[in-house]
Design a protein around this ligand. Sequence first.
Ligand SMILES: *Cc1c(COP(=O)(O)O)cnc(C)c1O
Length: 395
Amino acid sequence: MRKSDKSTKNYQTDTRLVNTGRSSSDLECFVNPPVVHASTVLFESTEELFSGRAKYHYGRRGTPTTEALTDALTDLEGAHGTVLTPSGLAACSLALLSAAKAGDHILITDSVYEPTRNFASVVLEPMGVEVDYYDPLVGSDISKLFKSNTTAVFTEVPGSQTFEMQDIPAIVAAAHAHDILVVLDNTWGTPLYFDAMAHGVDMTIQAGTKYIVGHSDVMLGVVSANEKAWTRLELVHGAMGYHVAPDDVYLALRGLRTMGVRLRQHQKSALDMALWLEARPEVDRVLYPPLESDPGHEIWKRDFTGACGLMGVVLKNCTKKQTLALIDAFELFGLGYSWGGFESLVIYADPRNYRTATVWDEPGQLIRLHIGLEDVADLKADLEKGFAALSSTEG
Ligand SMILES: *Cc1c(COP(=O)(O)O)cnc(C)c1O
């Protein structure tokens, strides 16, 4: 799209994904931006150097390549600005660092991505930030947990292992009434399926490693902010010295162009799989908000416009040993961390190990599946191999 106005908001999502961020390149006759490898940026004269007129100053502070991606994401998020970090976890820690200082109190959902919890205990708490965890089902009662020094609520919807939905509009209303920021790790919903900014969230995070990159080959984090949260976010990002290498930024931008089609297929296959799993005798419960049986279904239907390929599966009447036999029998479901790539993955999960505000009391064993872009019939056959291994293993 060759025009000076960088917003594509008058177009539908798929059109926006194709066009957004493409007007920022100085070489916009090419479809894609140049991959600029840069540390030093040269100035014409000392006059230009001191004037502040130069568009670029130093590699760490942005190049036409990083700008193409941050412009695109700012546009898609409906945000005021976007910064990139070297991983999704760095995006979570950056957002927290920009929302709290020594003496402040923050609330984090008990269903949070475990490494985010680890950052809070290894870095934030020793620095003098008070941290409390809240029940993800709290809703507007979150206001009962506010203290006079509370500055932020850090949420994640749904939790990426336990999949509780949360009433974001209720949490936002309660927080904003006390001038408290709401930060959301929106990696599951993505800006395509949950419009965080429109729901009042102040800072939204993507583990870009997942669906933006989409091909399991780059680590990337994204934080976008509204005007209120942007000034501090940009300042802290600059102070931390975060930088993402240009080839990785380029791959993320390439992934972004096809994110709409990929997510549609992930969603279609995942829903098919979730319904199939729900009917299996070995399965107690499938944790996937698009299912009508999911306790978070009503909130999901109200606030989200779609779902990704990640779900939890609670197994019936089996031991950990049998669950591991099931996982080890898979051929197509790779055993490994992360998700959001084109391939299917499985991981064993035990939320009992890290919850502090609530008790995870599902009696069954929990596995997490990422449904990739393979043929669903092949994936079901792979799961059947796993179930056969489970049945033939002694408990
Ligand atoms: C994977 C993930 C992250 C961290 O992303 P990395 O790029 O792996 O550091 C953060 N939040 C959620 C919900 C995730 O699933």
